[in-house]
Design a binder for this molecule. Structure first.
Ligand SMILES: Nc1ncnc2c1ncn2[C@@H]1O[C@H](COP(=O)(O)OP(=O)(O)O)[C@@H](O)[C@H]1O
Ligand SMILES: [Mg+2]
Length: 441
């Protein structure tokens, strides 16, 4: 799905570039703060006489840098969002087009609820993934690497603290990521289930009400929703352990920096301002590692969702039209020649077996039979909602498979008893049989 990013390459590049600006400002601040402490307040190089002018000057510079950092941050956010939103929008349009081309069998196989989740929620997850990659990840990585460099240039002895704290915190991050990763696929599946029950109940509200199954359906929805909440809570619980553990490591590291700093100040190796700056740097470094967990969370959710969207995009429509565009004159002849049909999930069992019938132009034909005997299935073969498993269906003496789908379906009018939302725009609803074939005039 990377090809969808191509169109927005400029935004994709500008977002991280502005992020470099924002992070650089963040990394400069502790240095300037250190200068204010050492020279402005303590006056280390002027025999202990502070310098108010330097405090004001450096303070103003810091404000200027903050404003510039803000500007870069805003621009980075704007470009990242332009990139990810447009990217998602393009994928959503393509996925929708693909879903529209699916045969009923394919829609059944994915399930309507899952298709809705894929085209909505899954695409949002992929958009978040893109934003995190060009913004979150760049920011975190620069703060991490830049923080280490800045800290070590203050004094190499601070490296001891980094060397001790890093493996600990990285081990924690790896542990939590490994635990959380599989949960995200499950989370999307649970969401599918909730959407499925919801979709079935909205679309099949009449049936549910007719059989007074509201309580049963409420129970079913409750169960699906309960499972979703359960999985979500598992994920959140895991992350709620994580934050305090990471905070302990962070706080111990700050204490360690103060301790090392105190020793070094005593030896004359560093100044109090350097220690202050080092405290900020170690927080920035460890916070960056902690944020990595969140980024990995978004990345793994995005990757799981990306796979689900790709399944839709890669699924070739199983019913494709032929090349015959059809004649303009509609005669109205329908013929079934030794037709057999079974639904894909039925195995050997046939709904229609070796059925032949010719309906001549001008004839009105009624099909009677018990519920479930296959009337709708038979009629569905004419506009190729499903394809016959054996035999041929002909409309105006041409096999339905030879027509382009548009030409074939253009010859046929379907009046459904139940008015579907958009069907109202296409056909005048007439009461009567559940499916009535009409000749188009
Ligand atoms: N999409 C489907 N997938 C699997 N089985 C189906 C599907 N639609 C209908 N059936 C089954 O095929 C049989 C015929 O159904 P249908 O053609 O709808 O009957 P009728 O319209 O005569 O009431 C029934 O047993 C029904 O359960
Ligand atoms: Mg029927």
């Amino acid at each position: 799905m990377l090809k969808y990013l191509k169109k927005y390459w400029l935004f994709f590049i500008l977002a991280p570039i502005f992020m470099v600006g924002e992070v650089s400002m963040d990394l400069l601040q502790p240095r300037l703060m250190g200068q204010i402490v050492d020279e402005g307040v303590l006056g280390l190089s002027h025999g202990g006489v502070g310098d108010l002018g330097l405090v004001i000057n450096t303070g103003l510079r810091m404000i200027g840098l903050v404003l510039f950092g803000c500007f870069c941050g805003i621009m980075s956010g704007v470009f990242a969002n332009l990139c990810s939103q447009n990217y998602g929008n393009d994928i959503r349009k393509d996925a929708f087009r693909r879903v529209m081309s699916f045969s009923f069998e394919q829609t059944d196989r994915f399930s309507t609820g899952s298709l809705i989740t894929r085209v909505t929620n899954d695409i949002t997850q992929v958009q978040n993934l893109v934003t995190q990659c060009i913004r979150g990840f760049v920011r975190t990585f620069l703060l991490f690497a830049g923080g280490i460099v800045c800290m070590l240039t203050l004094d190499l002895s601070f490296g001891v603290v980094v060397a001790c704290a890093l493996p600990l915190i990285v081990a924690c991050v790896i542990f939590f990521i490994a635990k959380a990763n599989p949960m995200f696929t499950v989370l999307q599946e649970k969401l599918d289930k909730v959407n499925n029950v919801m979709q079935e109940n909205v679309a099949g509200a009449r049936v549910v009400k007719a059989y007074v199954k509201e309580e049963y359906e409420k129970g079913r929805f409750g169960a699906a929703n309960g499972e979703l909440v359960g999985t979500q809570l598992d994920v959140l619980l895991l992350f709620s352990y994580m934050t305090p553990i990471m905070n302990i490591i962070l706080n111990v590291s700050v204490v360690a920096v103060i301790k090392v700093g105190a020793i070094e100040v005593g030896n004359g190796g560093v100044t109090p301002g350097d220690v202050m700056a080092a405290i900020t740097y170690i927080s920035q470094i460890l916070n960056a590692v902690m944020r990595m967990t969140m980024i990995f969370q978004t990345v793994s959710r995005g990757v799981a969702s990306g796979k689900r969207i790709k399944e839709v995009l890669d699924c070739e429509p199983s019913i494709k039209g032929g090349s015959f565009a059809g004649d303009t004159a509609v005669k109205g002849k329908v013929e079934f020649r030794n037709v057999s049909f079974s639904y894909p999930n039925m195995g050997e069992k046939k709904v229609i077996s070796d059925f032949s019938l010719t309906i001549n132009p001008g004839e009105t034909f009624g099909i009677l039979g018990a519920t479930g005997c296959g009337k709708s299935s038979l009629v569905n073969l004419i506009p190729r909602f499903y394809d016959a498993t054996q035999g041929e269906v002909l409309v105006d003496d041409v096999n339905v498979k030879d027509y382009t789908l548009g030409a074939l379906r253009g010859k046929i009018a379907v009046a459904l008893q139940k008015s579907e939302i958009s069907a109202r725009r296409y056909v005048r609803i007439s009461r009567g049989e559940s499916l009535t074939l009409q000749r188009q005039r």
